[in-house]
Design a protein around this ligand. Sequence first.
Ligand SMILES: [Zn+2]
Length: 201
Amino acid sequence: MRSLIIKYVPGAILLLLLVFGIYKNPAITEKLSAGKSQNQDKTTFSSMEAKLDSLAKTPKQTDLNPGAMCYEPVCITDYANFVCSKCNKSTILSREVVENIRNAKAMLTNIRGLKIVIDDSGFCGHCNKNKTDHFFKITIFYPDRKEPVTSKLYIHQTGILTQFLKGNLIYKGERDSESDMKTYLPLLKKILLGIEDKREQ
Ligand SMILES: [Zn+2]
């Protein structure tokens, strides 16, 4: 019996360490959540259309806060490593951008009820050779649609999308600024339904 314990216990401990080590490894969990979000895919394309239609019909928002003016020049003094979830390679970006990417990704993965897959390779210097055009590629799957809706989403648009999905009629932006969500209807239609309405833009 004793010899059995000696024989198996170290193996069991090693196995436990391996299992927990994997689940605790942030790089691996990050990869899982970036590749495919675990959100439910309950929202249908037609219910999204109805949600956007109802936004179009809401009265114009008044008494909005324009937000504090700020003309401070942005100095990039600090850099950070961005690791692409597609190719796993690193790109040096300003720390602010890396933090913004992380926050935006967290906001997108927290969207409930909508099946949305986030691709951050648009920020990667290896996957996206365009040095100035940085974006998320997001793909939305609807249970009543065969083809998913794919679009580019820029960091500053993430708040508009997530706040609309929460049902907000006023978009709260930087420095307490407020704007009518209706202003973003063309953008929301493009991202959520794949519909480009040139007349409205
Ligand atoms: Zn990449």
